[in-house]
Design a protein around this ligand. Structure first.
Ligand SMILES: *Cc1c(COP(=O)(O)O)cnc(C)c1O
Length: 398
């Protein structure tokens, strides 16, 4: 038997995708599972975007495009940065890839040497530490808790910096917490990063899904130095319900973007031509539908938060963005039901799936075992029914 490469043996599989698959499997076997596991909007891709993709096929946009993406999409992205973030980029500073995940992969491969450290605040998106490791780097985890709104403070960041620190990741609004960094919070982190020569990686994928409590601010938009020391990652997956289309993009210093383009040229080449044309329509089109969907998400968020906080032993903050709630369930640890003792987030999630037919994601997947993540990218009825089931199951613990 061929031995699998060590760097792959060391890699974790995506727990969020695994939970979604397990819930689907149970559902297929006839169980009425309510899933709060989704990592994508439940809405369909808007009609104008679909129609544009169909037209792209009919118009023959079905061949290789330039590796870094078509100029029409680059220009739409450049306009978006100007209009939404007051940021100026040139075409050579933009790379379009097969999803934001791919953008981050290209970035890691381009900047990380073996032994380089990347600071990753908890709770983190599952792919950050793994992709850092895949590039030979060392993820340095900075723990956060509710006392700072599940956000990394400047002091915590500074204490984690060493001579080997290459970059720091900021994901605001955050998956899994929904926390949004304020301008003041970001300013301190940017200053410290610039002073230490640490690259800022700003994952803005949930930029448009915010609820007004804390306005979104892009790290790169804070100042000229911030812009020159940041790689912004973004994409159409979450905002436009286009997760299956696989279009993400990166903006940043020319040298880094050109290195990332080289990685892409020897791996995937261009992202799908048809999806690129669809993304032009998404980014340039009207935002009415997106705003309507945000209102819908906000309604669901409020039901989810109120419901969870009404359950004994559970507490959660009100998230300012994305479509997740990160609930502290650690008060329940040590309790049991019949022969089962619930000792951590994985056991609690397994209990909810098996005994309450509700799928949630254990916080451990995000580097934080005190919590579980619940996605409200599902119908209001599902949220209400799911909350009843959770309340009943957790109430049975003693
Ligand atoms: C979903 C997600 C992404 C990127 O998703 P793609 O579909 O690859 O564009 C990036 N970062 C976070 C935090 C996400 O939740």
């Amino acid at each position: 038997m061929i031995k699998i490469a060590k760097r792959i043996m060391d890699l974790e599989e995506s727990v969020t995708l695994a939970i979604t698959a397990k819930a689907k499997e149970l559902r297929a076997s006839g169980r009425d599972i309510i899933s709060f596991g989704a990592g994508e909007p439940d809405f369909d891709t808007p009609e104008n975007i679909k129609a544009t993709a169909i037209k792209a096929i009919e118009d023959g946009h079905t061949k290789y495009t330039p590796v870094s993406g078509i100029v029409e999409l680059k220009d739409a992205i450049i306009e978006k940065f100007k209009a939404d973030n007051a940021l100026d980029y040139e075409r050579s500073e933009i790379l379009i890839s097969c999803g934001g995940k791919h953008s981050f992969f290209n970035l890691c491969q381009s900047i990380i040497n073996p032994g380089d450290e990347v600071i990753v605040p908890t709770p983190y998106w599952v792919s950050y530490p793994e992709m850092v490791k895949l590039a030979g780097g060392i993820p340095v985890v900075v723990h956060t808790d509710e006392s700072t709104g599940l956000k990394m403070t400047v002091d915590a960041f500074k204490s984690a910096i060493t001579p080997k620190t290459k970059a720091v990741i900021i994901n605001s609004p955050s998956n899994p917490t929904g926390a949004v960094y304020s301008r003041a919070e970001l300013t301190g982190i940017v200053e410290a990063a610039v002073e230490a020569g640490v690259l800022l990686i700003s994952d803005d994928i949930y930029e448009e899904i915010t609820y007004g409590d804390v306005p979104f601010v892009s790290v790169a938009s804070l100042s000229k130095v911030a812009r020159d020391n940041t790689v912004v990652l973004n994409g159409v997956s979450k905002t436009y319900s286009m997760t299956g289309w696989r279009i993400g993009y990166a903006a940043g210093p020319k040298e880094i973007i050109s290195a990332m383009t080289k990685v892409q040229s020897q791996s995937t080449s261009n992202p799908t031509s048809i999806s690129q044309w669809a993304a032009v329509e998404a980014i340039k089109g009207t935002k009415d539908e997106i705003l309507r969907r945000c209102d819908e998400f906000k309604k669901r968020r409020d039901i989810m938060v109120a419901g969870l906080n009404g359950i004994e032993g559970v507490s959660c903050m009100v998230p300012s963005g994305a479509f997740y709630v990160f609930a502290d369930v650690s008060k329940l640890y040590g309790k049991s039901v019949t022969d089962k003792i619930i000792g951590n987030s994985v056991e609690l999630s397994a209990y909810l799936l098996e005994d309450a037919d509700v799928a949630v994601v254990p916080g451990k997947a995000f580097g934080d075992d005190d919590h579980i993540r619940l996605s409200y990218a599902c119908t209001e009825d599902n949220i209400k029914e799911g909350l009843l089931r959770i309340k009943k199951a957790l109430g049975a613990l003693s």
